[in-house]
Design a protein around this ligand. Structure first.
Ligand code: HEM
Length: 508
């Protein structure tokens, strides 16, 4: 028999709980009524080509935070906002959108698109063991080897400079991680490069528009009208598996047979428990490194053709500091502030991934009086709130950079911070916990190429048969990866000695 006292206490408890709950609901209702989303345009389709320009223009109308409810996407063109959200609040802005299409592409094991999870932490840890600042000097020999090969190719076939850049950017990953010589003509390299574009489409709002508007199409067979995207994605997934295994197996066999060793094979022997992560690191490196490195190097060459005054000033510095009888080394870096400034200016004006990778939020948030929703249903499916930092626009913010569209390395040499600022201030590498995991290696590769090309070559506009200069428009591509459209330029050794120095690198 339950005593009346117990019944009374239980009733009071239930009543108190009901009161607390009703107050909470009432408060939430009041809060919800007060919620205000950041402003933004209503768009039926996301801009795809040169999207960063349109996003910047929206910023001029709507301010630092632009929210597109239909796409559950928040865009900012402002560095402070990007740092506040993606770095200072990284705990809730570090996810990625692992959509069914991304899974189909084989993205579940790829660090750059993985969800913010225990698995991502493990993969990132393995990645960082190899690519952290203190470890990247292990890549110096491969970097000298590939950059010097690039210089020799410029001597022998200067007009094919874009192909040489591709050989350098792609070959470096195979060389430095797997110890393999694989050029862009190799079928494996060709396949690997084909998946980069597919991932880019899967990442961006509007990349696969039919699927994004009608996500349930993912459940229909790929022959169904409108479902071609499934075929493209599944093909990408197959190639990811191949790129995961083929070079890795060759590297392991080379180690076993005593042919050569490589960082990836050594790591696999030391940490067999991390085998899956180590293999994925190789694939990830190729995907992440090729187009980005290629873009930065071709942007640099283009900038030098267009700005002979900058080129001459950087060459004067190299001649004065290290002389003309050897090529630059990593040890020279801190003694070459103007060369450093040239590199920083290339990364500012021409970030290879102008919109970065969208970060996705995992919690509702309030910022500058606005409500930023976490996941929200957008057209039948919850995509999570994608936060896009428009790196291209951030790097051209007129409130931060005077004459922002001008190529002007002096902005770094004349600044009180100097040109050797922390690499974290190079926004081209992204933000927060998802910042580029290969940035120390990338930074070294691009710098060494910049310094070596400046030391050995003169870059100029070419002339037509009448001796008239052929103008360079400086046009860039307009999709996820941004790089110069093909152009003609004249690249010649600065002197006989410079040519000899370059050719002599073949003997090292
Ligand atoms: C000039 C060259 C490069 C540029 C400009 C660049 C830029 C970027 C950017 C913007 C991101 C997204 C950051 C974010 O979400 O905020 C990223 C991610 C990443 N990058 Fe790079 N990258 C370059 C080269 C490389 C190289 C050489 C590697 C590896 C060898 C690499 C590996 C990665 C990885 C693994 C991620 C994903 C990190 C994560 O989501 O946790 N990148 N990179």
């Amino acid at each position: 028999m339950v005593s009346p006292l117990v019944i009374l206490i239980a009733s009071l408890g239930v009543a108190a709980l009901a009161l607390v709950l009703s107050l909470r609901i009432r408060r939430n209702r009041l809060d919800t009524a007060k919620l205000s989303y950041p402003p933004g345009p209503k768009v039926a389709a996301m801009p795809i080509l040169d999207a960063w320009v349109e996003y910047r223009d929206w910023g001029n109308i709507y301010g630092d935070l632009i929210y597109l409810p239909e796409w559950n996407t928040l865009i900012t063109n402002n560095a402070e906002v990007a740092v506040d959200l993606l770095e200072k609040r990284a705990r809730i802005y570090s996810d990625r959108s692992m959509t069914p299409i991304m899974k189909l592409c084989g993205g579940e094991n790829l660090l750059s698109v993985e969800c913010y999870s225990e698995k991502w932490r493990r993969d990132r840890r393995v990645f960082q063991q190899t690519f952290r600042q203190a470890a990247v000097s292990q890549f110096y020999p491969s970097q000298y080897n590939k950059v010097h090969e690039f210089l020799r190719n410029l001597v022998s076939a200067p007009d094919s400079f874009l192909e040489h850049i591709q050989r350098l950017s792609q070959g470096l990953v195979f060389k430095s991680l797997y110890g393999l010589e694989i050029g862009p003509e190799d079928p494996l390299a060709k396949k690997a490069i084909s998946i980069v574009g597919t991932f880019a489409r899967a990442l961006l709002s509007g990349g696969f528009p039919t699927y994004e508007l009608f996500p349930w199409l993912i459940y229909l067979p790929s022959w169904f009208p409108g479902c071609e995207f499934k075929r493209v994605a599944a093909q990408c997934g197959k190639i990811v598996e191949e790129v995961d295994t083929v070079p890795f197996n060759i590297a392991m066999n080379n180690l076993k047979d005593g042919i050569c060793t490589s960082p990836i094979a050594e790591l696999a022997v030391q940490k067999p428990e991390d085998l899956q992560e180590i293999k994925a690191m190789g694939t990830m490196s190729f995907i992440a490194a090729s187009d980005t490195t290629m873009s930065s190097i071709s942007s640099f060459l283009l900038a030098m053709c267009m700005h002979p005054d900058v080129q001459a000033k950087a060459q004067e510095e190299i001649d004065r500091v290290i002389g003309r009888d050897r090529l630059p080394t990593f040890e020279d870096r801190r003694s070459l502030p103007y060369v450093e400034a040239v590199y920083r200016e290339v990364m500012r004006l021409d970030p290879p991934i102008p919109l970065g990778f969208p970060h996705v939020s995992t919690e509702d948030d309030f910022y500058r009086g606005y409500y930023i929703p976490k996941g929200r249903f957008a057209l039948w499916i919850s995509f999570g709130c994608s936060v896009v930092a428009n790196i291209w626009a951030i790097n051209r913010d007129p409130n931060v950079y005077s004459e922002p569209d001008k190529f002007m390395p002096e902005r770094y040499t004349n600044s009180p911070m100097g040109p050797f600022e922390n690499i974290d201030n190079i926004y081209a590498y992204g933000f927060g916990r998802r910042v580029c995991a290969g940035r120390y290696m990338a930074d070294n590769t691009v710098w060494l190429t910049v310094a070596s090309v400046l030391a050995a070559f003169t870059l100029e506009k070419t002339k037509d048969e009448n001796g008239n200069e052929i103008p360079i428009t400086g046009e860039m591509t307009d999709l996820f990866f941004r790089h110069p459209r093909p152009y003609k330029s004249s690249i010649t050794p600065r002197s006989h000695l410079a040519g000899e120095l370059v050719l002599a690198t073949a003997d090292h």
